[in-house]
Unconditional design. Structure first.
Length: 161
């Protein structure tokens, strides 16, 4: 059998098994489309963009969220703005995010966005959270108490150092 026939046969047998592809979910594809739209909008606004546009886009995404995620996202927004005023609000893959010098430092992902049982507060590799050879970069959130708020505030301050 020639090499090309072997490849064709292997390709046919993989699809003939009836197994579904484990590609991106509809939610993941939607997030990627949102990111493409965000990048186009940022390009139209210029290299630094308009702070008011980013703030209004982030607040609009928060307003679209279902409770209790909306309440957590609003509280986080206020907390991040108070803890690190240098961070600018924007959207990132359709989520409220906070950036320094145009690069996302932290973000909030509602539980509903990817049908998860908890919301996520995460940090990108731009965050200065390094602690030895291993450190956490995202946190599951079911609620925001004073203890969680204090920890998030400290982490955000550390992240922008």
């Amino acid at each position: 059998m020639s090499p090309s026939k072997g490849r064709q046969k292997a390709a046919r047998s993989a699809t003939a098994t009836g197994k579904k592809s484990k590609g991106f979910t509809n939610d993941e594809r939607a997030a990627m489309k949102e990111r493409a739209q965000e990048l186009k909008a940022e390009a139209r606004r210029g290299s630094h963009g308009d702070q008011a546009d980013g703030e209004s886009a982030a607040l609009a995404k928060i307003a679209e969220m279902q409770e209790p995620d909306r309440a957590m996202a609003n509280r986080l927004h206020s907390l991040i703005k108070a803890s690190a005023p240098a961070l600018l609000s924007k959207t990132w893959y359709g989520m409220p995010a906070y950036a320094k010098d145009g690069k996302v430092v932290c973000f909030f992902q509602s539980a509903h966005k990817f049908k998860s049982r908890y919301a996520t507060f995460g940090f990108s590799d731009e965050a200065h959270l390094d602690d030895g050879g291993m450190w956490p970069t995202s946190f599951a959130l079911k609620e925001l108490t004073a203890a969680e708020e204090a920890r998030i505030s400290a982490l955000v301050k550390q992240a922008v150092r």
